[in-house]
Design a protein around this ligand. Structure first.
Ligand code: NAD
Length: 448
């Protein structure tokens, strides 16, 4: 069901009335479209302290084609006139709590001037295990970013991106994503990159050209949108869904020029059948199929528990293990699994679902370093918050309204928001993005 409140607040009388009544005023989010593929305005590059990566970072930002303005720590109040669409603050050199004053000094004068729907990316490094002063300063950035995300408003987003100073080049695909309309519903996230070198990109407009992608649960909802965005980015797509959804699956696949593979992912021979359908292997494997069977634990019979764990977690483990062992996932491959904020915060009536989605997070974190070392494959997860799909349309009205508004952007996300995040993970240039769980939740207050 459409978000009528969001539509109402987008009209002049709606804006007037909701402002007078002190009600939430969610901003209209500008998402990717062929006419608006990038941010509409300059990006300010600021630095706190004596960064060792300034030049490399400046070169990388210049390569994105964005209109970048370099500034030292002491940005002036005149900067307000420029209305930047993005701000990148390099805080990698902040190694003591005293250095945090440089973060304040850099952002305080310019933050008010950020354009509506703007992007703020704070660059940090991994908190040290040996130097507790450095760890305090770098962990402080997390609290800073999460608070700024909650107060910034007007559809703007704020993230903390931890880079490895030895692998700045590996941050390009991530900076391109975070500084674009593709990340409209991603905010308050902490993303940590490895030093892995990125694969070269021939065409950033079609980063998945020549790649083969399989999406499970692709007949409808988020999976259909993932298939569509991967196809937009140049991939050859195989859409998998249960045989009962054969007609809907065929319609979705046909519309994208994709191949339909009717198959229940919990079937014991599912991995063999996938491998047989892909003699040249697979570059992107998206585990999106998922089900709910909600009931409080006291009222939950085993037949509502087992299928949820089987579809959402066991089948992901089984097919991932089998396809990696068989070499079906090519070197340079990408595995993307689907968690949920319920797997982080828990949810009333969802012990089965939340257990399965938390299990996905455990799987991703443990497998990622080994898959990279043994197979040259990355493993990441998207954790959607409230996304407008048939699944959430069935939620009772009051709970649905709470789900929509209880996040920093004051609205639900769209399937395409999850799809864009998946497509960023899937890029050949995203080698440094490994073992990450990125919430696509508008910075939901649940599990914050
Ligand atoms: P959906 O119910 O609209 O679509 C799920 C698809 O998976 C369906 O087409 C279904 O037929 C397919 N599927 C189910 N069991 C399968 C099986 N055994 N084999 C193959 N396909 C199977 O759901 P959605 O809202 O699009 O959710 C997609 C994913 O995102 C799920 O993993 C879900 O848990 C997760 N998620 C959704 C939300 C949300 O707000 N919608 C929030 C968090 C996480």
């Amino acid at each position: 069901m459409a978000d009528r409140y969001l539509h109402f607040t987008g009209t002049a009388p709606g804006r007037f009335l909701t402002r007078r009544l002190g009600l939430p005023q969610p901003a209209h989010l500008r998402r990717w479209s062929p006419r608006t593929p990038t941010l509409d305005g300059p990006v300010l590059h600021l630095t706190a302290g004596d960064s060792t990566v300034t030049e490399e970072l400046a070169a990388l930002l210049a390569a994105t084609g964005l209109d970048v303005t370099e500034r030292g720590e002491r940005a002036t109040r005149d900067d307000r006139a420029e209305r930047p669409a993005g701000i990148v603050l390099d805080a990698t050199a902040v190694v003591t709590p005293g250095g945090l004053a440089g973060v304040h000094a850099a952002l305080h004068p310019v933050i008010r001037s950020l354009a509506p729907g703007g992007r703020v990316v704070v660059l940090g490094v991994r908190p040290s295990a040996d130097d507790h002063h450095q760890a305090a300063a770098q962990q402080a950035l997390e609290g800073f970013v999460r608070s700024l995300g909650k107060e910034i408003g007007r559809g703007a987003t704020v993230q903390l991106l931890r880079i490895d100073p030895e692998g700045v080049a590996g941050a390009e695909s991530t900076l391109r994503f975070l500084l674009s309309p593709r990340s409209a519903y991603v905010s308050g996230q902490v993303i940590e990159l490895t030093a892995a070198a990125p694969a070269p990109v021939a065409d950033w407009a079609a980063p998945l050209a020549g790649r083969t992608a399989l999406v499970t649960g692709a007949a409808r909802g988020i999976g259909a949108s993932v298939a569509s965005v991967l196809a937009r980015d140049g991939a050859r797509v195989i859409c998998l869904d249960v045989p009962q959804a054969r007609d809907e699956l065929a319609r979705t696949a046909d519309a994208l020029g994709a191949t339909a593979l009717p198959l229940d992912i919990t079937a014991p021979d599912a991995a063999e059948r996938i491998a047989a359908a892909l003699p040249d292997g697979l570059d992107v494997l998206v585990h999106n199929a998922g089900i709910t069977r909600d009931r409080r634990l006291a009222n939950m019979p085993a037949d509502r528990w087992a299928p949820v764990l089987d579809v959402n977690l066991d089948s992901v483990l089984r097919t991932t293990d089998a396809l990696l062992a068989a070499g079906t996932v090519n070197r340079g491959g990408r595995i993307v699994a689907t968690a949920s904020i319920a797997g982080i915060a828990g949810n009333n009536g969802q012990t089965n679902y939340a257990a399965s989605k938390a299990g996905i997070i455990g799987l991703v974190r443990a497998l990622a370093p080994r898959a990279a070392a043994d197979h040259g494959v990355t493993v990441n997860a998207v954790a959607p918050g409230f996304i407008e799909t048939k699944m959430t349309a069935a939620v009772p009205l009051l709970i649905r309204e709470a789900g929509r508004r209880m996040n920093s952007l004051g609205q639900g996300g769209l399937p395409v928001d999850v799809a864009e995040t998946t497509a960023w993970f899937a890029q050949p240039a995203s080698t440094a993005v490994n073992g990450q769980v990125v919430r696509v939740c508008g910075q939901s207050l649940l599990g914050a």
